[in-house]
Write a protein that binds this ligand. Sequence first.
Ligand SMILES: Nc1ncnc2c1ncn2[C@@H]1O[C@H](COP(=O)(O)OP(=O)(O)OP(=O)(O)O)[C@@H](O)[C@H]1O
Ligand SMILES: [Mg+2]
Length: 272
Amino acid sequence: MKYPVGGQRGHIIVFANEKGGVGKSTSAFHTCIALCNAGESVAALDVDLRQLTLHHALWARQESEREFGVKLPGPEQILLAQQNENELEEKLRMARIHHDFIIIDVGGHDSPIARKAIFMADTIITPVNDSFIDLDMLGRIDPRTGELRTLGNFARLVEHLKEPGMAIRPKALDWVVMQNRSRNFATKNERKVLDALEKIAPVAGFRIVPGLRERVTYRELFPMGLTLFDLEAIPELGKPQHNAREEIWAMLRALNLPSAALNKAIAPAEAS
Ligand SMILES: Nc1ncnc2c1ncn2[C@@H]1O[C@H](COP(=O)(O)OP(=O)(O)OP(=O)(O)O)[C@@H](O)[C@H]1O
Ligand SMILES: [Mg+2]
C-alpha cells in the first residue's frame, strides 16, 4: 500500500513508540503548547483512541481557562468520528492546509490507524526512558558485547516507510529518538542506554536528541492541561521556572522544525 503525502503547508509531527508509558503524550502536549506560544498555528490529533490523553489534557486546558479567567494559546483539536484510516488521511489533508503544524499522539501499540499516522509524518518523535526495556522496539543489544543484535519491530516499521515508493513526501522524513525523564547528573545506566542508542541509531536511521527532564511539575500541571508557559498568566499556581522553560525550547530547537516564529520566540535570555 502506498501512502501519498503531498506538498502542503502543515508539518506533521507524530509522537510514536510501540512501547507504552515512555512519555509520548507528555512530550506531545508540551511540544504542542510551546509551538502555540511561539505563535504557530497548530492542530492536535489523538489516535490513541482508547486513552485520548492528549485531547483530555487539551479539554482540561479549556476548563482551566474558565476557572482562572484567562485566555491561553492552544491548538485546534481535531476529533475522529469514524476512527478509521481514511478519515485520518482526509482530516490531515485539511489540517495541512489550515495549520503550520499538526501534532499527533499515537498509542503504544500497533494498529492500522497508528501506522497510517506514522506513514504520514514529516517528523517522527520516539521518546524513550533510560531503560534497556524501552529500547527493545528499536533494537536488541547484546548485553555482553554491547553490539547491536537485531533491529526492533518499531525500527522495522519505520524502515519499511523509507522504502522507495512507500510514501511520496516533499522532504525527507526526520526520525528523532528523544531521551525523556533524564536527570541532572547522568547515571551509569543512563550513559549505558545512550551508548546502546548510539549503536542502533545509524542502522535504524534516527538521531538522538534531549527531551524533557524528570520533573514533578510536568506531572502536576498535566491534569489541568497547563504547562510552565502558563504560570505567568496564572501566578497563583507557582513561579515561572526559567530552567524548565529553557529545557522545552532546547527540545524544540533540536527538532529543527521549519518555523521562523519558533526561532524568534526563543528570546536571547532563554537561548543558551
Ligand atoms: N519528563 C517527565 N517528568 C516526570 N514525569 C513524566 C515525564 N514524562 C512523562 N512522565 C510521566 O510518565 C508517565 C507516562 O507518561 P505518558 O502518559 O506521557 O506516556 P505515554 O508514552 O503517552 O504512555 P501510553 O503508552 O500509555 O500512551 C505519566 O505518569 C507521566 O506523568
Ligand atoms: Mg499516551
